[in-house]
Design a protein around this ligand. Sequence first.
Ligand code: ZN
Length: 406
Amino acid sequence: MASPASASTGEVNQTSALTHCQACGSTSLETFYTLPSIPVHSCLMVKSREDALAFPAGKLDVAVCHDCGFIQNRKYDASLQNYSPEYEETQGFSGTFRAFQTELCRDQVARYSLEDKLVLEIGCGKGEFLTELCEMSGGRGIGIDPGYRPERNTSEAASRIEFRNEFYSPEHASLRADYIACRHTLEHIGDVKGFMEIVAKSVEGRDDAILCFELPGTERILEERAFWDIYYEHCSYFTLGSLARLFRRHGFQLLDLYKGYDDQYLLIEARTGDASHGRCFEAEQDLEATLAMVKDFKDSIQTKFATLREELAEAASRGPVVLWGSGSKAVSYLTTLGITDQVSAVVDINPHKHGKFLAGTGHEIVAPEALKDIDPAHVLIMNAIYVDEITRDIHAMNLSPTIAAL
Ligand SMILES: [Zn+2]
């Protein structure tokens, strides 16, 4: 078996390790997980196998802060990241994800009376959430994301939304929105403290502005040793408690703190005004539990690698193995375990990804229909939440591989 990350042959960037917690400033950091090489992007569309194999790589030096529980990659270098329109992060092609987004929009419009309000979304991606929110509320929006693609947005609500193809930066503090959404973005931000300072400045002097942030939760990653959810693009990792502490440090009142999407995502809703008001949540008291989970992760991650390699070898001995889902989990799973030939293809339902290649390993991304020719013996689904949806699709093609999920 190849050593971990040997599948990623791109040049590894040398960055010295951060010495301070990027959320609270503490120097009480403890590294608990390292990888010598992992592609710096996993959602960027790579046009040839050659480019995919030579894709730039960076290092993981994942550390927990003993003071606030925030987890970060100390070797993260933002200058290696390129969030262009070629960045294909959307999960909008999945019915399961769309249903979750629709429900969240409905809930937020009702809960915060967003009719006729100005909504700002930081890191709006392709604009699906902001557009749906404005469709429901009838209100106006501003979406900020360097990867936005106007030609893909055909909604009537798009005429009420100003999309800016740029990164969120200090100049955006002058945008005075009533409601600020930030979904699946904070985990890509290295300087978390600086980012929150811009957000706080943009609502300075107001007592009625609402914030809603959504991001992957780290509790499950630690508990399940889900190393495929740790990758270069995600430099920052939160639990409900460390997220709440971040918002409190920047002077926000908490309105709600919970998990969604089968407990995979953290959601925090907060407002401006006196930070001593608002609600307190039991989940905020998780620092000790987080440190204990970090220790367990550190002690058992090598065993997890060995088990998964054995399982994959067994499946490959029966016939072609296919991964379903070509996002970051697939890139991290394959490059971390050093897997190349044991996987025949990687399937994705997003047509914009077909014919492109997976960074690091060079696997071609194919449409589900390609499975008819491959006739897989085993399909490994990258996210358990899609098992029902994908199993139906596979059986509809009259295929009967064994199916498992990470
Ligand atoms: Zn900290």
